[in-house]
Design a protein around this ligand. Sequence first.
Ligand code: AMP
Length: 191
Amino acid sequence: MLNLVLFGPPGAGKGTQAVKLLEKYQLIHLSTGDLLREQIAAGTELGIQAKSIIDKGDLVSDQIVIGMIDSKLKANQNARGFIFDGFPRTPAQAKALDELLELRGTAVSAMIFLEVGHDELVARLLNRGKISGRIDDQNISVIEKRVQVYAKETAPVKDHYLSQSKFVSVKGVGSVDEIFNALCHEIDKLL
Ligand code: AMP
């Protein structure tokens, strides 16, 4: 199986690249942000709880997102592999993902980090907010909060994969196709 963790701060382009990668490599896209937004749109209790957290730029609890990933892995037993987008976001989530995959006799193949500078991230998120209508992309203080939460809580996830020699870094600046080609170059080395 090919299991990729697409990693990077909010606005790094993970979602855009994930859609192109899953077509090319025939993988299932698991974005915890998308799964949470589905719950919000459906008006579930989980969605109502998650919305207030997401709108402030904080992280939803590990237990909730790990449970969502677990049920998606169960629902896709015959997948060729997965692209994890926006997950894991804490070291506890990274550990849980290792355990969930190990139970299925597989593992993360690589964590690919999309490198993008701070000012570029903020500009991209504000621009996306105009198009997508995402409330968390429309307010500069919520955006800065998400970037801070990333630096404090999510950036340490890199060490988890570094210690397993699974960390790969790719420049996340340039055209969508240039970045995609750089990602494919790294992924093809894993096959
Ligand atoms: P994203 O679409 O990945 O930018 O996620 C949007 C928001 O959903 C984040 O700012 C968090 O509030 C929440 N979220 C998404 N994925 C996770 C995760 N793995 N752990 C905790 N919160 C998450």
